[in-house]
Ligand binder design. Structure first.
Ligand SMILES: [Zn+2]
Ligand SMILES: [Zn+2]
Length: 199
């Protein structure tokens, strides 16, 4: 086969490959350099139409097998990524549950602190009222002291003021159970002591 016949044969083969072949997803080096489609009649040949025409080696199969390995690696990594993402979702769900527990604990601590402050204010009010009452009674006692000496039994016992303890520790306060208020018993006792201490 002389040179011109070989050239003609390569050209016809190239045309046939171009007609019947498939465009490769990744071109051989020569087709890449030329910026043309790399077409291979994959059932009959491993060389592309362009390389057949030139009578040169074609590396499109090497590229295809490299691509195949890359595709396999991509599939494997995609599966691993999906598994990792599911683990991330589960971890986020656990974190959310912990966050909710923290939120509940914070609101409980806040509520108890508010109750403690409120009870302390109530105790302070009662203490102030008790002290004012004591001052009033002391003033009345001083003002009526001379009359007592002169009249003697004219001041009846029934006229004496209510016992101070009635004001300092009202009946409803005595029925308060620290457990009902969610106030630590120690704090409740301190508040009661602050009220009773004023007697
Ligand atoms: Zn090619
Ligand atoms: Zn080629």
């Amino acid at each position: 086969m002389d040179r011109s016949t070989r050239t003609k044969c390569r050209r016809e083969l190239s045309i046939r490959i171009s007609r019947e072949g498939v465009v490769m997803p990744s071109s051989c080096t020569r087709c890449q350099e030329r910026g043309i489609k790399c077409v291979v009649a994959t059932r009959h040949s491993k060389k592309c139409a362009h390389c057949v025409r030139l009578g040169r080696t074609c590396d499109v199969e090497d590229i295809a097998s490299k691509l195949h390995r890359i595709h396999q690696a991509e599939d494997r990594i995609k599966l691993e990524e999906e598994a990792a993402f599911e683990e991330l979702v589960r971890a986020q769900e656990r974190a959310l549950r912990v966050q909710q527990e923290i939120s509940v604990a914070v609101s409980r601590v806040t509520r108890l602190a508010q109750q403690r402050v409120s009870l302390k204010e109530r105790g302070d009010d009662i203490m102030v009222r008790g002290l004012e009452l004591l001052d009033e009674m002391d003033g009345e006692a001083e003002a009526s002291a001379p009359a007592d000496v002169a009249v003697g039994p004219a001041v009846p016992n029934s006229g004496s003021p209510r016992p101070l303890v009635d004001f300092l520790v009202p009946a409803d306060n005595l029925t308060v159970d620290p457990a009902d208020l969610d106030i630590p018993d120690e704090i409740f006792q301190q508040i009661l002591a602050s009220v009773e201490g004023s007697t």
